[in-house]
Ligand binder design. Sequence first.
Ligand SMILES: [Zn+2]
Length: 341
Amino acid sequence: MGITFKKRIQTTKILNPADSFKETILTVETRWDPLIKRTVRVLDLPIIKFPPWAMEDMLEKGGSGVCPFCPQALEKVTPQFTVDFIPGGRLRLGEVCIFPNRIPFDRHCAVVVFTKQHYVPLIDFSEEILFNAFSAACVFLRRVVEKDPAVRFFSINWNYLPMSGGSIIHPHLQILAGEFPTDYQGAVIQGCRRYQKRWGQVYWDDLIETERNFGERYIAALGQTVWLASYAPLGVTDIMSVFRGRTSLLDLPDQDLRDFVQGLVRVFGYFQEFNHNSFNLGLYSGDLKGDDSFWVNARMVTRRLLPPVGASDVSYFEKIHRESLDYRTPERLCEEVRGFF
Ligand SMILES: [Zn+2]
């Protein structure tokens, strides 16, 4: 067993204006990711809830009249796949529609529109809406690898609302598939290989067992999916879901996806209650030509603009130091989320 949860705490003293300039001790933790050893910073600020975001202003700015993903515009303005790849140009499964992204972020980059509805509040995402989109994305990925043998790495991603970098309010996923992984995905795949070689075990199996024994970041298990608060968060509210024993998105049983979206609905219930209005999500697959050391997993972090001027929540830390931050500990996050499972 090679899981270690390394952290170091530093403290500093200030004279605190909020407490008659009395001496106050402040602390910051540096944590090392147990797999890829990347460092992150964890604060423990006394923030319980942020104020809710003024959704009406945002919706007005992104009015439905100009939305390219609404039914009246989609056929006219979104690109189509070539007919040898997807006959008819777009893949439709129920209300879900998949078409190429006009910006080529990867060898294959597709957009998955969830539904005809322009704005879906977090609380209105049903298991059915979510399942239909994620399972259609997996159908698309199977088509990609059937048609293009050069593809090895893929993921399904989601920017929900503009605060997370999503430029279109209408809910949609982005699928990446190509010859190369993203930097993080590649680091995790390599880390899993190294771990298995050194310890003779699958990292994820050891992680789940260790977290279940500790208990302080273990949220729940739903079928084959296990939900954790990430020990070394990639951002604020980093929640991880691991698919036991599944190495690829290509052959996920429907039941696993149903368990996954059931978990998402519960997480969204928590987000709603704590005013986490926006998030990024990544659902990663292993190397198609690789071994069985990688298990499919998802990570999500919440995003917001910071008052009073609407500052970005991404700063020099993330951009030019490759360091992420959370304002509260994963252990506190776990306590907050657990009640929703
Ligand atoms: Zn729309």
